[in-house]
Design a protein around this ligand. Structure first.
Ligand SMILES: [Zn+2]
Ligand SMILES: [Zn+2]
Length: 139
């Protein structure tokens, strides 16, 4: 669900008003989606349009959007929680130096975790993180 009408309905279904703040944060996170922005990055953009918007409010709205399954927070060891807008299963390229994150769509053959190492876990999905340096950091 990535269109505005869908998200408006989802907000209302949860009893949340569609405020200009929610609308703005949603639009920014969609626009920046490919960069996997942090809350701070979303906040920086949001304040260009709404200078009084606090970082705390941005965090709260991002949490709400995650609760509506519109975005997903991921922590890939870049020092901050990041937000991913792509609802399809995918993997990530992560730059060790600048923390850039990019989506990767490749078929990864399922890796079987031996039962003795699974320790009763049931595996829902496997995600692969490719670590290295981005083109900018390499140059
Ligand atoms: Zn992603
Ligand atoms: Zn980099």
């Amino acid at each position: 669900m990535t269109n505005w009408q869908g998200i408006e309905e989802a907000f209302r279904a949860k009893g949340l008003r569609v405020t200009p703040q929610r609308s703005l944060v949603f639009r920014i996170v969609q626009k920046m989606g490919a960069e996997h922005p942090s809350a701070e990055a979303v906040h920086l953009w949001a304040t260009r349009h709404m200078p009084t918007l606090s970082l705390r409010t941005v965090y709260a709205i991002l949490d709400e959007l995650e609760g509506l399954n519109t975005i997903r927070s991921i922590d890939l060891g870049t020092g901050s929680k990041r937000f991913c807008v792509n609802p399809h299963l995918h993997h990530h390229l992560v730059c060790d130096r600048c923390g850039k994150i990019k989506d990767v769509f490749v078929d990864v053959p399922p890796v079987e975790v031996p039962p003795e190492q699974r320790r009763g876990f049931s595996v829902r999905q496997q995600e692969v993180v490719f670590r290295g340096q981005c083109a900018y950091c390499r140059s």
